[in-house]
Design a protein around this ligand. Structure first.
Ligand SMILES: O=c1ccn([C@H]2C[C@H](O)[C@@H](COP(=O)(O)OP(=O)(O)OP(=O)(O)O)O2)c(=O)[nH]1
Length: 157
């Protein structure tokens, strides 16, 4: 069962009433990165290649103008996935209706941090820093142990 937005909101910080949706909570854009060197996933271990933070095309309004391509998007909110739950991200529908897609991996029980997502841009788009771009939902889930990986606490310290 997926939990109501009001439940999800208890695990997101900071959060405003505008972000709370019937079935989840909207996350906002903190930064857009462009990968500049290859990463590697091996049989043992992994490395994330260097990413460069993009400048806003309009610094006054903190607006990014993105051409078609793949970008790493960083969310502004700290998310805590409570025990007995798993999280998933969906794009805000207006982002998708503008020919962009935001992809998700699994948000594990016990994870806490400011996460990232892969933004696919299929038509030029403008995104303002602080704009609501994604929605996180929580579903009930059984699990073994809780998340203790390399991304625990990312961008919160
Ligand atoms: O779209 C997503 C999905 C997950 N996460 C966060 C929450 C998740 O709990 C954590 C780690 O994800 P995963 O376990 O898939 O990472 P990994 O590549 O297996 O690395 P590690 O083993 O170091 O955790 O990253 C995101 O920021 N964005």
């Amino acid at each position: 069962m997926h939990r109501a937005g009001s439940f999800v909101a208890q695990h997101i910080s900071p959060v405003t009433a505008e972000q709370v949706q019937p079935n989840g909570v909207d996350l906002t854009l903190e930064a857009v990165l462009e990968q500049v060197e290859p990463g590697r996933l091996g049989r043992e271990g992994k490395t994330v290649g260097e990413r460069r933070a993009l400048d806003c095309a309009d610094p006054d309004t903190e607006t990014y103008r993105l051409d078609p391509g793949g970008y790493v998007l960083q969310y502004a909110e700290t998310v805590h996935i409570p025990e007995d739950h798993v999280g998933f991200i969906y794009p805000r529908s207006s982002l998708m209706r503008n020919s962009c897609m935001l992809n998700t991996a699994v948000w594990d029980a016990g994870y806490e941090g400011k996460g990232e997502g892969l933004l696919e841009v299929h038509h030029p788009v403008e995104l303002e820093r602080g704009a609501r771009v994604a929605q996180i939902v929580l579903a009930d889930a059984t699990h073994d142990e809780t998340y203790d990986g390399s991304y625990q606490g990312e961008r919160t310290r």
